[in-house]
Structure formats: structure tokens, C-alpha cells
Ligand binder design. Structure first.
Ligand code: TXA
Ligand code: ATP
Ligand code: FE2
Length: 565
């Protein structure tokens, strides 16, 4: 299969030729560089109009055989650019009389890493200009495990450099300036698996305005922003129990980001792969490679259905080119033993902490992370241990079952807690490898999830959020887990469903924050449950019973929100 790929979402007017027989990719790119400021959509579209014909022609000249399909980026991206590249792709497919393939640009960023690494089912961190998210694959779809709640990571960096008067793109300039910088504190914002950049960027701009040396701010921006991305990538590895990570997107060209991800993966015994720079930044090679996989699977589109979609989300794509569960099953197989032991082993390694179980106590130590700057590391570990102790107790006072806090050691970043529950909720809801089928898992899960919803509603009514409510951070007693659904026994069920791990919680009176808390939990269901839909429904039903209806309305709004411009 020989595929011609066309990329034109924003700055890169690019064409590529890919032959599955040789696995060779040749790419021709003509970059748009704004004369001043950031990317102007109209100028970028004008660039596409001028540059696409030439890069396509150069690529066709390179091709040493007939083309079997034309693939193009359908979105996300800038509408005016997408339309021009889309028109070119349709015209070419028509004139060559070959099928057309519409590729999701963000899945192309993710799949090129999987393709080049040979990993079966990696977690993917996409760090690009207009986007920042972590993807995992389950049940025929890529799921967004965590993402930015405001701008893309590259755009955030570019806005900062514009403020200090540097030309576009800003990322490489920050990287250079950071070489001479020293650490200063900036806001660090990770909630659950999501993160945001606007607060950091305002603080960074204010810092240079207050005459803090710009290289110190650049250094600290990298430490903070990439530290957040690395933390979320690690959480995703832990949540999905994957031991493979790939990187995608233009910001992936940054050596410090790759260094952090390498260190994080080394520490947890995972494998990390970053494609070559020409496959990280926008390029048509990744479009041609994914386009070929889709074409082989028969996933082509009619010209009439090939409209571009500037808000095209990666989780909107039914994945046709991967075996439905191959990769994930392989991973589960490998890690089955570890899973089965979770309730009984005496030491447990979470994403952040080591949990040692000693009789009816557990000692939780937030480990130092070698990928993080030592000052940032110390600050995060201390703040989180204090916050975890406070909110674990506060939740208990509100009647939500949590472990009793026996001791707090801020120097060691250690907590001694009561040991609670017999397994994590994820073991109840995940695909049936523990002797239960998907239906049983769903029924048991629904009851637990409804209880969790009630607990979150209670926390929110008391004015705080959990911050990281995942199926890993709910402990369930086996008597509750295996009960026959005795509706008359609700109180007992409540007592046996505990929330743990409050380190990312905080006080807030914002409906948005409460809804995000719910969103984080629902997404963790999507990422871990065998059959997520009935569990989501049970969650919303449960929250509706005692919670504020405005939070559920906001939750639906969040779910419908496309975050790409
Ligand atoms: C939708 C699509 O148009 C968009 N593509 C995109 O943003 O281009 P990409 O090539 O993936 O990333 C460009 C970004 O990557 C940043 N960048 C490039 N080199 C960098 C470096 N060494 N360090 C940090 N950032 C860097 C640039 O500053 C710019 O913000 C996307 O994937 O979000
Ligand atoms: N009080 C407790 N009683 C029983 N088990 C516990 C307790 N606290 C933690 N655990 C077990 O240890 C695991 C990790 O704990 P915790 O979530 O607090 O750490 P973490 O490093 O933040 O993990 P993650 O990031 O994966 O959520 C839990 O999923 C649970 O299985
Ligand atoms: Fe991109």
C-alpha cells in the first residue's frame, strides 16, 4: 500500500509518501512563520494555498510507484487551513481515482510513536501547540485520560514569549534561555489527571515584569509545565497499568521534557519512546502512516462525507485499524499477578507514593521524584501530605468513610493511616479476568459507583473536592463488593466504600470545580471499566439523589465542551 499524506492544520504545509512494503516515509514541508505575533489564521491559510501544490508535487516526484490512497488531516486545527488542505486532498484523490482517508491529526501524533516503537498498547502523551492530553486505548477507542483545561502547551509557551517580545515559535527560545536559568516558584496546577496553564503563564509574565531574569522564568516554566505533563503521564501509566509510554507533538522536541519522561519511566520500570523530531512536529508523514493503516482496514470516506472538523476530538474516532483488545489484553496478562495481589501484599507502589501495609495500619510515603526539580519536588510532597491529612479527616467529619489519620510526618512526607477496604473499586469494574463476567462486574460496580457519587456530593456540599477521584482511590470491602444487591442494606454499603488519597483535594465553592471532580471520576470509569456506560449513568443518578443539580448540568456541559480552537 502506497499512501500520499497531506497535512495542513496550522503552520505546516506538508505532504508525504509512505510505502508499507518498505516502511519508508518521505516528507516535504513548507513552514509558515508569522512576521510578527502568533499564527494568524488567514495568513496561515494563504500560506497553505501557496505551498500545498508544491509540496504535493515534490512528493509525487519522489514516489516510485502508483499511489493507492490519499490521506489528509481532517482536524483538529484552524478551519481556513483545514479547508484548503482538504480541498487539495479531495482533488488529488479524484484525479488519481483512489480512495480518500480522513485522519484525526491528534491520533496521527499518537500513532506515529506506536508505529515507530513497535509497542503494542502504549499510553500516549501528546504535547503539541494547540493541544495537551494523555491518551489510552480501550474497547476500540482512544480515551482522553487527562487533558489541559485551557490552552495547548505550545500555545501557552508561545504566548509567554510573545509577552517578552520574542518571535514565533517560542518553545525553542524558552529551551535555549532555560540553559542559563535558575529555579523560581510558579503555580503548579494538576487536578486529577487534568492540568491548566493559564495561572502559570500569568505568573510567569508577572515575574518578568517584576524584573526576575527571563532565563530564570524560562527555566522554571520548563520545570513546572513539563513536570505537570510528566506527573500526569505517570498517573496514566499507573491507572492503565501500562508499561509503555510514547510522546507526540511539537513540544516533544524539547530535550528537557524528553529527559523528564525518560527518568520517570526508568524509575517505574516502564519503556519510553519519542519519535524523531521530524515525526514529532506537525508533518504529513504521520498522516500517511496512519492513513495507510486506515486504508488497509477499509476505513476510507466518500468525498461527500469528507468535511473537515476543526474541533475533531481523538475520542470521537471509532478505531478500525487496531485489533480490538489485543494490546490491552497482553498488558493485563503480564500484570495480572500484580493486580490479584493488591489486597494482600504488604507493599504497594502507587503513582506518587509507596504504601506499606502493617497489620491494620498503612504507611504512605510520597516518594521523591528524580524527574522533578528538587525544590519543586519538596514543595509538592510537603503540601500534598499536609492537605491529604487535613481533607481525609474533614471528609470523615462529614460522614464520608475515609481512613483514620494516625500520624503526619511532613519531613518524611509520610502519613500513617488506618487500613481500610479489601480491594480497589477498579478491581470490581475492570474487564472480567478475576472470575467475574462483564455483567456481574457492572451490577456490583453500579452499586459502588452510586455510593461514591453520594460521597462526592457530600464533600462538595461541605465546600471541597477530592481532586483525584479515580477507581483506584476508592477502597471497597469484599462483603460490600460481593453482596447480592440488598437494597435494604444501604447504610452498611456506605460504610464499606471508602475514599482515599485526598492529596490533590482543595477547598472551593466553584460549581465548575465540583463538576470537574465528577468528570475526573467518570473518565476514570471510561479508562478502567469493562462496560463504562451503565456505571456513568449510575454515577449521575447517585449524585442526583443528594447533590446539587447545577453540578450535574455543568458536568454535561464539560463533557460536551470541545477544547480545541
Ligand atoms: C492542531 C495542530 O495544528 C497543532 N499542531 C501544532 O501545534 O504544531 P506542533 O508542531 O505539534 O507544535 C508546535 C508547538 O511546538 C512548540 N515547540 C517547538 N519546539 C519546541 C521546543 N524545543 N520546546 C518547546 N516547545 C517547542 C512550538 O513553540 C509550538 O507551540 C496540534 O497538534 O495541536
Ligand atoms: N488506607 C488504606 N487502606 C488500604 N489500602 C490502601 C490505603 N491507602 C492506600 N491503599 C492502597 O494503596 C494504593 C495506593 O494508594 P494511594 O492512592 O493513596 O497512593 P498513590 O500513590 O496516590 O496512588 P495513585 O496515584 O495510584 O492513586 C491504593 O490504590 C490502595 O490499594
Ligand atoms: Fe500537531
Amino acid at each position: 500500500m502506497r499512501v500520499l499524506g497531506i497535512e495542513g492544520t496550522a503552520w505546516a504545509a506538508s505532504a508525504a509518501y509512505y510505502d508499507t512494503a518498505t516502511d519508508e516515509v518521505s516528507i516535504e514541508t513548507d513552514a509558515y512563520l508569522p512576521e510578527s505575533g502568533g499564527i494568524h489564521p488567514r495568513e496561515a491559510a494563504e500560506h497553505m494555498r501557496e505551498a500545498i501544490p508544491a509540496v504535493v508535487e515534490a512528493t509525487l516526484n519522489e514516489a516510485d510507484g502508483p499511489i493507492d490512497a490519499v490521506a489528509f488531516s481532517r482536524g483538529p486545527g484552524l478551519g481556513p487551513c483545514l479547508r484548503i488542505a482538504g480541498t487539495a486532498a479531495r482533488a488529488l484523490a479524484g484525479s488519481l481515482d483512489v480512495p480518500l482517508v480522513g485522519v484525526n491529526h491528534m491520533l496521527a501524533h499518537a500513532e506515529i510513536g506506536r508505529h515507530r516503537s513497535g509497542f503494542a498498547s502504549p499510553v500516549c502523551l501528546n504535547a503539541s501547540g494547540a493541544n495537551a492530553h494523555v491518551l489510552g486505548y480501550t474497547n476500540g477507542r482512544y480515551r482522553i485520560l487527562g487533558e489541559t483545561t485551557d490552552t495547548g502547551v505550545g500555545n501557552a509557551l508561545d504566548k509567554f514569549t510573545r509577552h517578552v517580545g520574542w518571535s514565533h515559535p517560542g518553545g525553542p527560545k524558552i529551551e535555549r534561555a532555560a540553559e542559563d536559568g535558575e529555579y523560581v516558584d510558579l503555580p503548579y496546577v494538576v487536578t486529577g489527571m487534568d492540568f491548566s496553564f493559564s495561572g502559570i503563564m500569568s505568573a510567569a509574565k508577572a515575574a518578568v515584569d517584576e524584573d526576575i531574569p527571563v532565563e530564570d522564568v524560562c527555566f522554571s516554566l520548563q520545570e513546572t509545565v513539563f513536570g505537570m505533563l510528566t506527573e500526569v503521564a505517570e498517573r496514566a501509566l499507573s491507572l492503565t497499568r501500562s508499561s509503555e509510554l510514547v510522546l507526540g507533538g511539537g513540544v516533544g522536541q524539547n530535550a528537557r521534557l524528553r529527559e523528564m519522561l525518560t527518568t520517570m519511566c526508568e524509575e517505574r520500570g516502564a519503556e519510553f519512546f519519542a519519535p524523531e523530531a521530524h515525526f514529532l512536529r506537525d508533518n504529513a508523514g504521520m498522516i500517511a502512516v496512519l492513513g495507510a493503516k486506515m486504508a488497509v482496514a477499509g476505513d476510507t470516506i466518500e468525498i461527500a462525507d469528507s468535511r473537515v472538523d476543526s474541533g475533531f476530538r481523538p475520542d470521537d474516532v471509532p478505531v478500525t485499524w487496531r485489533e480490538n483488545s489485543g494490546g490491552r489484553e497482553a498488558i493485563e496478562e503480564r500484570q495480572n499477578d500484580e493486580t490479584r495481589q493488591t489486597g494482600s501484599v504488604d507493599a504497594y507502589q502507587g503513582a506518587e507514593a509507596t504504601v506499606e501495609i502493617a497489620g491494620d495500619h498503612v504507611v504512605k510515603r510520597r516518594r521523591s521524584k528524580a524527574y522533578r526539580h528538587p525544590k519543586l519536588d519538596e514543595r509538592l510532597r510537603r503540601d500534598r501530605i499536609v492537605q491529604e491529612a487535613r481533607l481525609t479527616s474533614a471528609a470523615r467529619r462529614e460522614g464520608v468513610p475515609t481512613p483514620v489519620v494516625h500520624d503526619v510526618d511532613t519531613h518524611e512526607a509520610a502519613l500513617t493511616l488506618e487500613r481500610v477496604g479489601e480491594c480497589d473499586l477498579r478491581e470490581i469494574v475492570e474487564p472480567g479476568d478475576g472470575g467475574h463476567d462483564a455483567t456481574t462486574a457492572t451490577t456490583r460496580g453500579e452499586r459502588e459507583v452510586r455510593t461514591v457519587a453520594g460521597h462526592l456530593a457530600t464533600l462538595h456540599a461541605a465546600g471541597f473536592v477530592h481532586g483525584d477521584p479515580t477507581t483506584r482511590n476508592v477502597r471497597v470491602s469484599s462483603s460490600s463488593a460481593s453482596g447480592g444487591g440488598d437494597e435494604g442494606n444501604d447504610d452498611m454499603g456506605d460504610e464499606l466504600t471508602y475514599l482515599i488519597d485526598f492529596g490533590l483535594g482543595y477547598h472551593t465553592d466553584s460549581i465548575e470545580d465540583y463538576a470537574m471532580d465528577c468528570h475526573v471520576f467518570e473518565r476514570s470509569l471510561d479508562g478502567t471499566a469493562a462496560v463504562p456506560d451503565p456505571l456513568r449513568a449510575a454515577f449521575e443518578e447517585g449524585y442526583g439523589e443528594t447533590g446539587n443539580p447545577d453540578v450535574l448540568d455543568r458536568l454535561r456541559e464539560i463533557e460536551g465542551r470541545g477544547r480545541y480552537q
